[in-house]
Write a protein that binds this ligand. Structure first.
Ligand code: NAP
Length: 246
C-alpha cells in the first residue's frame, strides 16, 4: 500500500482521468475527497471508493470560484483532519481556430484549467504548510509543451500550469511540499471521444508506441508523484504520451 492513511483531494474526479486516479489511490490505501462541478458523478465515485473500504466524500465545487474552494477545504479538514495530497485534474477544452475563438471560450478555459489550479493550490498549500508536508500533482498536457492547431486557449492554460508548477515547487520546497506536473498525450476519455475519427487516425500515426493511452496510464504516474518513491523530485513535468514528445 503506497498511500496508506493518506488524505487526498482530487478535482474533476467525477469521471475520466480524475476518477481513475481516485480509484487507484483508494486501492493504495488513501481516503479521498472528490471535487467536481457535477455532484452526481462526484457522489458515484465516492460510493465506489467506499466499496473499496476507504473513506470518501463527494463535493460539488466549481474550481473557478475561490469561495467554494475555501469552503471545500474546510469541509475536508472537518471530515479528515488533514490533506496530504492534492491532484489538480479538473480541466476542459473549447477548441477553435484563433480567429474564430470567442473571448468567452478563451476566458472559460483559462479560468477552469489555470485559475482553478491556482485557487485550489492556494487554499490547500496553507494546510500543507502548517502540516510541513505535502504532495501536489498538476495535470498539464503535451499541448502545453508543443501547442496545437485549434487549441490556443487550452495550450496557453496548460503551459501556464507548467510555469505555475515550477514556481510553486520553488516556493514550497523548504516547507517539504513537492509540486510536479503530469503531461498526458492522447488519453481515451470523454474529452477525446468527441474528436473526429480522421484526426484520431492521424494522431495514432504520431505515437511511437502505436496506441492511445488510458486513464490508468496517467493515474499510475500520479501515484508515483503522490507517494514516497518521488520524495526527492519537485518542479518536474512527466510526459505520459507513448513517445509523442521526446
Ligand atoms: P473529462 O473526462 O472531461 O473530465 C473532466 C472532469 O472535470 C469532469 O468530471 C468535469 O465535470 C470536471 N470539471 C469540469 N469543469 C470543472 C470545474 N470548473 N470545477 C470542477 N470540476 C470540473 O476530462 P479528462 O479527459 O478526464 O481530463 C482530465 C484532465 O486531464 C484535464 O485537466 C485534461 O485537460 C487533462 N488531459 C486530458 C487528456 C486526454 O487525452 N483525455 C490529455 C492531456 C491532458 P463534468 O462531468 O460536469 O463535465
Amino acid at each position: 500500500m503506497r498511500l496508506k492513511d493518506k488524505v487526498v483531494l482530487i478535482t474533476g474526479a467525477g469521471r475520466g482521468i480524475g476518477r481513475e486516479i481516485a480509484l487507484l489511490f483508494a486501492q493504495e490505501g488513501a481516503d479521498i475527497a472528490i471535487c467536481d462541478v457535477n455532484l452526481e458523478s462526484a457522489e458515484i465515485t465516492a460510493k465506489d471508493i467506499e466499496a473499496l473500504g476507504k473513506k470518501a466524500i463527494g463535493l460539488k465545487v466549481d474550481v473557478t470560484n475561490s469561495a467554494q474552494v475555501e469552503e471545500m477545504v474546510n469541509k475536508i479538514l472537518d471530515k479528515f483532519g488533514k490533506i496530504d495530497i492534492l491532484v489538480n485534474n479538473a480541466g476542459i477544452t473549447r477548441d477553435g481556430l484563433l480567429l474564430r475563438m470567442s473571448e468567452s471560450d478563451w476566458d472559460l478555459v483559462l479560468n477552469v484549467n489555470l485559475k482553478g489550479t491556482f485557487n485550489v493550490t492556494k487554499s490547500v498549500s496553507k494546510v500543507m504548510i502548517k502540516q510541513r508536508q505535502g504532495k501536489i500533482v498538476n495535470i498539464a498536457s503535451i499541448i502545453g509543451l508543443i501547442g496545437n492547431i485549434g487549441q490556443a486557449n487550452y495550450a496557453a492554460s496548460k503551459a501556464g500550469i507548467i510555469g505555475f508548477t515550477k514556481s510553486t515547487a520553488k516556493e514550497l520546497a523548504l516547507r517539504n511540499i513537492c509540486v510536479n506536473a503530469v503531461a498526458p498525450g492522447f488519453i481515451q476519455t470523454d474529452m477525446t471521444a468527441k474528436l473526429p475519427e480522421d484526426i484520431k487516425e492521424k494522431m495514432l500515426k504520431n505515437i511511437p508506441l502505436g496506441k492511445f493511452g488510458t486513464a490508468q496510464d496517467v493515474a499510475k504516474t500520479c501515484l508515483f508523484l503522490a507517494g514516497g518513491d518521488s520524495d526527492y523530485i519537485t518542479g518536474q513535468v512527466i510526459v505520459v504520451d507513448g513517445g509523442m514528445v521526446m
